[in-house]
Write a protein of this length. Structure first.
Length: 511
C-alpha cells in the first residue's frame, strides 16, 4: 500500500536545476521534490536527464543553475563523499563494493574502528551486524562478499549506504540484475525504510515495479520536467505517453505502417529462437525471423530489446533455449559464430562499439569482411577499393575520399559506413540496434529507405528503435517486449501507433 495521503514538507527540493555540456543541454530548469517517508520514482527514456540529475544531487556534477535543499537547509555537495556526509546515500545498479573483502569489511570500509593502526575486528563485526539488522538481513559478516548472491550483495550495499545516518537513499536501477523473488525482498526493505521516515529516490525502467512500490513519480524527457504525479493517479498508458512524448491518438490520428508485400506465411524462416533467455537480461521468448521481412523489436528502455539482440548474435550467452538457422539447430556462442551463420549486427553505440575512429572509411568498411575471412585470406587492396567504391555509391556516403578518417564524417554517414561494413559480408540477417540514433532528419530518412531496400533484396532484418513511429513505419511485424518479456506480436492492420502504445503500457485497447 502507498504511504499516507497527508502531505509532508519536502525532505529534498531541487529547484530550477540546469546543466549543460558541450553542445548538449542535459537539464533545463528541472524541479524535483522528495518527501520523508516516501518512495519517489524517477522515470524517463534515454537522454531524459535522470543520470545527470542524480549526479547533481550526489555531488558528481555542479549545477550551472538552480539550488538544492535538504531538510530545509541549502546544500551544494562538491563530491559523493560530501553528499554522504550531508545525509544522501546512493546505491548503484552495479554493486560498487569490493568482492574479495568480507561483508563486515565492506560495510565498515573507510569507517573502521581501531587504535594505533590496528583494526578492532570485534567492533567491526558488531557494527556490521547492527547495520544488517536494520534491514532484517541475517548474513555471515565474515563471508567474502563476492561469494554471496547478488541480492545479498545489493542489501549489503544498502546497509553500508544507511550506515551514516542517511536521510535520503538513492537507488539507481537496483533491480536490474535481480529475479522476482529478490525484487520482492528488496521492496520489503524499501517499505520498512519508508515507514521509518526515510526518503527514497527509486530510478527504474520497470513500470510494474513503479506501481508496486512507489508513492509518487517524476517524469523527465529531453532534459526537461514533464511533471510530478501521485502514482495512483496516473494510468500506465498516460505514463508511457508522457515518457515518450506521444499522447495516445484516436483512430483518425494513427501512424500507419508503410511496408508492403510482407512475406507469405508459408515461407520457411531464416532463424527460429525457442525459449531463448538469460537471467537478469530477458525472460525466455520465442522469435522467428524471415527473409524479406523487417521485424521490429519494440519496448521501453529496459524492456530487453538490446539484450535479445545480443543473445541472438552470441555477444552474451543464453541460459535457456535453442536457435535454429535455416531449420538446423546451431550453437551461437560468439559473434564469430553468428557471422559464420550469415548474421550481422550494428550496435546501438556507434562510437564505442561501431566505428574505428582513426581508421579510414575504406578500412572501416572492409573490417568485418576481413575478420570473416581470417588472417590467411587477405582482402586485396584492389578488392577493398572496389567494395568501398560500390557501397559509397550505393549508400550515398558523403566523404571526400575513401581514405578520409571516419571520425571526420557526420553521424549519419558514419552509420552508413557501418551498414556497408556488414553488407560487405553478404549476410542473410542483419540486426539494426538504434540505427538512426543521433543523426539528422535527412539521414534518418535515407537509413529508413536503406532498410526498405534490404527487405526487398531478401534480407531478414531485426529493427530496434526507441522511436516508436520508426518501428511502426518500417516493420512488417512487431514483437513487443515489456519488463524483459515478450508480451505481444503485431501484424497486418494491428501495426499502428495506437495499438503499440497500449501493448507497451500493458493495458487493453478500448474498441
Amino acid at each position: 500500500m502507498p504511504a499516507a495521503e497527508t502531505p509532508r514538507p519536502p525532505l529534498l527540493a531541487l529547484r530550477g536545476i540546469g546543466k549543460k555540456f558541450p553542445g548538449v543541454t542535459a537539464l533545463a530548469g528541472v524541479d524535483f521534490t522528495v518527501r520523508a517517508g516516501e518512495i519517489h520514482a524517477l522515470l524517463g527514456e534515454n537522454g531524459a536527464g535522470k543520470s545527470t540529475l542524480i549526479k547533481v544531487l550526489t555531488g558528481v556534477y555542479a549545477p550551472d543553475s538552480g539550488e538544492v535543499s535538504l531538510a530545509g537547509q541549502m546544500i551544494r555537495p562538491a563530491s559523493p563523499r560530501d553528499a554522504e556526509n550531508l545525509g544522501i546515500s546512493t546505491v548503484y545498479q552495479e554493486v560498487n563494493l569490493i568482492p574479495t573483502l568480507s561483508v563486515a569489511e565492506n560495510i565498515g570500509l573507510g569507517r573502521q574502528a581501531g587504535r594505533f593502526g590496528f583494526l578492532n575486528w570485534s567492533a567491526l563485526r558488531r557494527h556490521a551486524r547492527a547495520a544488517l539488522a536494520r534491514l532484517e538481513i541475517d548474513c555471515d559478516v565474515d563471508a567474502e562478499l563476492g561469494t554471496l548472491p547478488l541480492a545479498i550483495q545489493q542489501m549489503v550495499a544498502i546497509a553500508r549506504a544507511l550506515d551514516l545516518q542517511a536521510k535520503l537513499l538513492v537507488l539507481d536501477e537496483p533491480t536490474a540484475s535481480l529475479d522476482e523473488k529478490e525484487v520482492a525482498e528488496l521492496f520489503k526493505v524499501m517499505r520498512q525504510l519508508r515507514s521509518a521516515g526515510l526518503g527514497i529516490v527509486f530510478v527504474t525502467h520497470f513500470l510494474d515495479q513503479v506501481y508496486a512500490v512507489s508513492d509518487r513519480l517524476t517524469v523527465l524527457r529531453n532534459g526537461e520536467l514533464v511533471g510530478e504525479f501521485r502514482t495512483t493517479e496516473l494510468s500506465r498508458l498516460q505514463l508511457v505517453s508522457k515518457m515518450l512524448g506521444r499522447e495516445v491518438v484516436d483512430e483518425d490520428g494513427r501512424i500507419k505502417n508503410s511496408s508492403v508485400n510482407p512475406p507469405p506465411a508459408s515461407q520457411s524462416p531464416f532463424l527460429e529462437a525457442s525459449q531463448l533467455g538469460r537471467r537478469g537480461a530477458v525472460h525466455p521468448l520465442d522469435l522467428t525471423l524471415h527473409r524479406g521481412e523487417v521485424t521490429g523489436l519494440a519496448g521501453l528502455l529496459g524492456s530487453g530489446r538490446t539484450e535479445t539482440a545480443r543473445l541472438l548474435f552470441g555477444i552474451d550467452q543464453a541460459d535457456t533455449g535453442e536457435i535454429k538457422v535455416r531449420g538446423k539447430s546451431v550453437k551461437i556462442n560468439s559473434p564469430r559464430a553468428a557471422v559464420g551463420q550469415g548474421m550481422a549486427f550494428c550496435s546501438e553505440d556507434r562510437k564505442v562499439e561501431g566505428i574505428l575512429p582513426n581508421l579510414s572509411v575504406r578500412e572501416n568498411i572492409i573490417f568485418a569482411l576481413q575478420a570473416k575471412r581470417g588472417a590467411w585470406r587477405k582482402v586485396s587492396r584492389a578488392e577493398q577499393e572496389k567494395i568501398c567504391s560500390h557501397y559509397i555509391q550505393a549508400l550515398r556516403i558523403k566523404t571526400s575520399s575513401p581514405e578520409t578518417p571516419i571520425k571526420n564524417l557526420s553521424g549519419g554517414n558514419q552509420q552508413k559506413v557501418l551498414l556497408a561494413r556488414w553488407l560487405a559480408t553478404q549476410p542473410e540477417l542483419i540486426i539494426l540496434d538504434e540505427p538512426t540514433r543521433g543523426i539528422d532528419i535527412g539521414a534518418k530518412a535515407e537509413i529508413e529507405q536503406l532498410i526498405a531496400k534490404l527487405r526487398t533484396d531478401g534480407l531478414a532484418v531485426l529493427f530496434i528503435s526507441s522511436e516508436i513511429e520508426e518501428v511502426v513505419r518500417n516493420s512488417t511485424r512487431i514483437v513487443v517486449l515489456r519488463e524483459r518479456r515478450k508480451v505481444a506480436e503485431l501484424t497486418g492492420t494491428d501495426i499502428d501507433l495506437h495499438q503499440l502504445l497500449h501493448e507497451m503500457a500493458g493495458v487493453a485497447k478500448t474498441p
